[in-house]
Design a protein around this ligand. Structure first.
Ligand SMILES: Nc1ncnc2c1ncn2[C@@H]1O[C@H](COP(=O)(O)OP(=O)(O)OP(=O)(O)O)[C@@H](O)[C@H]1O
Ligand SMILES: [Mg+2]
Length: 347
């Protein structure tokens, strides 16, 4: 059973595999198993290495005669945790084969999905609670008071708008995600995208009394892109600068063509949206593009934000084979750079 062919066979498998006798002694371990448990695993007692209760219980049952079993455990090396799924099976001849699979990515995706559902439900529940509360109030005596009725209907309309905004953000996120592999090819003028975006945001810009500096060269190259999605990108970046960086009094929108940039083949456009507001604490920066991530939840929610904007931006840029770079200094403001390849699409 433990001949050269068996050794060669388990050595060829990419994941950790161990052969164990009925007393739990490790007879053979392939290189990934040695890497996981250490060089002295061969000849050792498997129970000494797999002591987590769920796995230990499963091993006892299988070594006690149950033909097969499976269990999971977590190993950590440094700061990285790996979730392993172990399958133990009798192969006859008094040998049990233990095969380990790294299921960390599956577990992480599952956790992300659960978080996502929890977040969506939470975000929808608050406006719904407000709506039901006011419906009840209006069904009571307050319904006969025209002043109160007008005020409550105004609040209800705001909440309904919030929910509509959330649902449309969710839909656009899922549309962008499902089309992410297909790179858009139509030549798009960034100058037109930025001008259309600024025109749409004109009322907010005026209300915030901000001055805008606009620096886009006339002869700037087109990018292969999706016009509407690029408008969405800069709408969110400029709107964020307005909502969170207005204290600086001005915003700069600039685009520049660069012959090369690390990580890109060929020329790129760097489109920057810069504000001179409070800036963002560096601890938050890597997480800003996560769905529903907001630095100051209450404040962002008051301004109607759901924290999906930058997640959508990131996906749209990645569909364009581009990248988002965030630089910020507290008290000085923030620069969001959207980097877009401008050569003809190859992939
Ligand atoms: N220019 C900025 N200055 C300071 N903080 C910012 C800036 N842009 C974004 N942020 C922070 O990043 C968070 C995430 O931004 P994002 O655009 O994803 O969400 P949002 O604006 O809150 O909601 P939505 O875009 O869905 O309406 C914001 O809530 C805010 O806390
Ligand atoms: Mg936003």
């Amino acid at each position: 059973m433990y001949d050269a062919a068996t050794t060669a066979l388990i050595a060829a498998l990419p994941h950790p595999v161990l052969l164990v006798d009925m007393a739990g002694g490790v007879v053979k371990a392939n290189p990934p198993a040695t890497e996981l448990f250490g060089a002295r695993i061969a000849g050792a007692q498997i129970r000494a290495h797999l002591r987590q209760p769920e796995v230990a219980g499963m091993l006892d049952r299988v070594l006690g005669g149950v033909p097969e079993g499976s269990a999971s455990f977590v190993s950590s090396s440094g700061s990285r945790e790996t979730v392993w799924h172990v399958i133990a099976r009798h192969v006859g001849d008094g040998t049990v084969v233990l095969s380990l699979g790294d299921v960390s990515d599956i577990e992480a995706a599952e956790a992300q999905r659960r978080d996502f559902v929890a977040n969506v439900s939470h975000e929808l529940r608050s406006p719904l609670t407000v709506l039901s509360g006011f419906i009840e109030t209006l069904q009571g005596p307050a319904g006969d008071d025209p002043g109160a009725r007008a005020e409550f209907l105004g609040i209800m309309a705001d909440q309904a708008e919030r929910m509509t905004g959330l649902v449309s953000d969710l839909l656009s996120l899922s549309r962008v995600e499902s089309a992410e592999k297909i790179r858009p090819r139509t030549p798009v003028s960034i100058d037109m995208v930025l001008k259309a975006t600024l025109a749409a945001l004109r009322p907010q810009i005026e209300a915030a009394q901000l001055s805008i500096s606009y620096q886009v060269p006339d002869d700037i190259a087109d990018v292969p892109g999706d016009y509407d999605q690029l408008v969405q990108v800069f709408h969110n970046l400029i709107e964020n600068a307005l909502k969170y960086g207005f204290s600086g009094g001005r915003i700069e929108v600039a685009a520049q063509q660069m012959p090369a940039m690390p990580g890109f083949e060929g020329a790129v456009l760097r489109v920057s949206v810069r504000d001179f507001g409070e800036g963002i604490d560096p601890v938050h920066i890597p997480r800003l593009t996560e769905r529903f991530y907001r630095v100051d939840k209450a404040r962002s929610r008051d301004s109607g934000g759901t924290g999906l904007g930058l997640a959508i931006v990131k996906h749209i840029l990645s569909r364009h084979r581009g990248r988002l770079v965030i630089r910020s200094a507290q008290g000085e403001g923030t620069i969001f750079d959207a980097v877009l390849p401008c050569g003809p699409p190859q992939n």
